[in-house]
Write a protein that binds this ligand. Structure first.
Ligand code: CA
Ligand code: CA
Length: 413
């Protein structure tokens, strides 16, 4: 089994990484992106590879584009916070939020950028848009907290206006925070409404699998059609699933032990992104994913969670990853609230390319050796995580502890 791992080649959206370390842990460095941004609530990648970030309305422009070296306002921007971004099949960008103008012209809560100019979309939506999703045939859906006549919180773009997906949400139930479109075109909404997660089959909204017991902030559809939900819940249906759960069409399952933060009251998954190789990246507010050290961002290989390059940290607040995007060349972009990414200073947005751990004793990929590495190694070892199979043979056994401690005392090169 180990030899399979040591000879593995991971293809990530065009970037090919030959992994020769005995343990596949991605501890490659993060890179800051210029001077960063005030905070990031949404990310999207345009067809030219540039990255667009949406920001809350705190100070400065709320929608900016990264051209590889600097952030600049997209057009003349929008006049209030941006909460959702999605790129259409034709390359147009759709932005959702709580704004009232785009490019200086009226555009309520939702607007389209065609590469050169902003455009209103019909008369817009009369409340905040928090989620956008595109279907397999280019169908566009918006969710949030708004009404269309006596229908609430979710709408479909018809090409010249917004239409309700009727009968699913009552006024006052709460927000839709996330939308996803299933391979068959069904729409899934997550939020803080009753049951927290519902599916639209074209005529009826139905709570999925008994719902979950806390807000859903993020949704992703895996390559096999399974649905992954992330949020602030602890149970999916009657299945314990800490902050993240997988629905296979008939049952919920947990994903390892889910996500854990030291502060139990502030612990959630807020963003999900499927990589080209079918693996999943989850971001949020947590310190451990399964039994792997993972500071607010982690990678799921199908069975286990793994660190993602040391993750992100914040000095005076809780580190949060609220948005994840992947460029056409496989670069992972994370945005949220943080001031360090890996060992780099990075203001709320940073980029990362998967790469192996070059110092296996630095178990949390923090770029320094400390007591944390020992505790985190032991935590993973007790869980029989393959990351704790330090010598790459015979699974996790006592020999791994000796060899890990030897390497830890010897220090990193
Ligand atoms: Ca360390
Ligand atoms: Ca071993």
């Amino acid at each position: 089994m180990r030899s399979t791992f040591s000879q593995a080649t991971v293809v990530t959206h065009g970037a090919v990484l030959a992994l020769t370390a005995s343990v596949i842990a991605d501890c490659a460095p993060w890179s800051p992106m210029g001077n960063g941004l005030v905070a990031v609530t949404a990310l999207a990648t345009l067809n030219d590879g540039s990255v667009v970030a949406g920001c809350p309305y705190v100070a400065g422009p709320t929608i900016q584009r990264w051209n590889g070296s600097t952030w600049t306002v997209l057009g003349t921007g929008v006049d209030y916070g941006v909460s959702a971004l999605v790129t259409m099949p034709n390359g147009d960008l759709i932005a959702g939020g709580a704004f009232t103008t785009a490019g200086g012209n009226p555009a309520r809560s939702v607007a389209r950028w065609d590469g050169n100019n902003w455009h209103a979309m019909g008369t817009g939506l009369n409340g905040e848009v928090r989620a956008l999703a595109v279907g397999p045939n280019g169908e566009l859906y918006a969710g949030g907290l708004f009404s269309l006549g006596n229908q609430y919180d979710v709408a479909m773009w018809t090409g010249n206006g917004w239409a309700a997906l009727g009968g699913g949400f009552n006024g006052g139930e709460g927000y839709i925070f996330a939308l996803a479109v299933m391979p068959n075109g069904d729409v899934v909404a997550g939020g803080n409404f009753n049951g927290k997660i519902r599916r639209w089959d074209g005529s009826t909204w139905t709570t999925i699998g008994g719902g979950v017991d806390g807000a859903v902030y993020a949704l992703a559809v895996m390559p096999n059609g399974d649905l992954v939900a992330g949020g602030a819940f602890l149970n999916a249906g009657s299945t314990p699933a800490r902050r993240i759960a997988r629905w296979n069409g008939s049952a919920w399952s947990s994903m390892a032990n889910g996500m854990v933060n030291g502060n139990f009251n502030s612990e959630w998954v807020g963003s999900l992104k499927v990589l080209a190789n079918g693996q999943l990246v989850a971001g949020g507010l947590f310190e451990v994913a399964g039994s792997a050290p993972a500071s607010s961002i982690a990678r799921w290989d199908g069975t286990h969670w793994w660190p993602l390059g040391g993750g992100v940290k914040a000095l005076n607040t809780q580190n949060q990853v609220r948005a994840i995007s992947v460029t056409p060349s496989g670069v992972i972009i994370a945005g949220g609230v943080f001031n360090r990414a890996g060992a780099s200073l990075a203001a709320n947005v940073a980029s990362h390319i998967l790469g192996p751990n070059t110092c296996l004793a630095d178990f949390d990929c923090s770029n320094t050796l400390g007591a944390d590495d020992v505790f985190e190694f032991l935590n993973a070892w007790f869980d029989a995580h393959p990351y704790a199979d330090f010598n790459g043979r015979d699974g996790t056994d006592v020999q791994d502890i000796f060899e890990f401690l030897n390497a830890w005392f010897a220090g990193c090169p």
